[in-house]
Design a protein around this ligand. Structure first.
Ligand SMILES: C[S@@+](CC[C@H](N)C(=O)[O-])C[C@H]1O[C@@H](n2cnc3c(N)ncnc32)[C@H](O)[C@@H]1O
Length: 219
């Protein structure tokens, strides 16, 4: 087998051997370590922004499902010192320079109000890389994924300024039909993309909605 081999494979379950071998041989993991990013996911956001250009200098960004913090690091670099990044996750985040961190559950009813308060005003960009750990039960996993994307879209509808952008992880065939219709109604442009840094065997893709229209009614 090419690449790094495991010297200590004995005693590890085959699934954890597979995970470790993949991590050790993944160029994005190596690049993240070298460039000081907390996750290889940082490269997914860089690629999406290189292509769609939503992280403008001075922008106010809300990053949902931000832990361990790779996306927030990229967002903070790109918006610069006069921009603003609020990073929120179920799990506590270690501090990131130039980023406000918040522990919260996107599915809690009080989430939008708490986020509005933390932002101190409207956001230009809402990012969501939220994902729940797999239960191994496909139908349950699917429902949980849909609930997280819907929660992120509702929060975006609540906090985005006119002209703002919403970028979120969705899975399989893309955004669910009902949510896609809502996004098309509320945003001037809605596209899907799978960055190269997203593993080909992963079902994840991203929806990129730009040009928010602040019409009355929730997303
Ligand atoms: C793939 S990770 C995000 C990686 C991150 N973008 C980065 O660059 O480091 C998904 C995150 O979603 C978070 N998450 C899952 N459900 C959530 C919820 N209901 N509310 C807030 N965060 C949630 C998880 O705790 C996890 O940290």
């Amino acid at each position: 087998m090419a690449g790094i081999r495991l010297k200590t494979a004995k005693g590890r379950r085959p699934s954890s051997q597979r995970w470790l071998r993949r991590q050790l041989n993944d160029p994005y993991v190596a690049a993240a370590r070298k460039q000081g990013y907390r996750s290889r996911a940082a490269f997914k956001l860089s690629e999406l922004d290189d292509r769609f250009g939503f992280l403008r200098k001075d922008a106010h960004v809300l990053d949902l499902g931000a832990a361990p913090g790779g996306w927030s690091q990229v967002a903070a670099e790109r918006v610069g010192p006069s921009g603003r990044v609020v990073a929120a996750d179920l799990n506590p985040l270690d501090p990131i320079a130039g980023v406000t961190v918040l522990t919260f559950d996107a599915l809690a009813p009080e989430a939008p109000a708490a986020l509005r308060a933390a932002m101190g005003g409207q956001a230009d960009v809402v990012l969501s890389d939220m994902a729940a750990p797999s239960t191994g039960h496909r139908a349950t996993d699917h429902l949980r994924i849909v609930a997280l994307v819907e929660a992120a879209a509702a929060i975006a509808g609540d906090v985005l300024a006119p002209g703002g952008s919403f970028v979120a992880k969705v899975f399989q065939g893309g955004t669910e039909a009902k949510l896609l219709a809502e996004l098309k109604r509320r945003f001037a442009s809605v596209r899907h993309a799978k960055p190269k840094a997203s593993r080909s065997e992963s079902a994840e893709i991203y929806v990129i909605a730009t040009g928010f229209r602040s019409a009355p009614g929730a997303v």
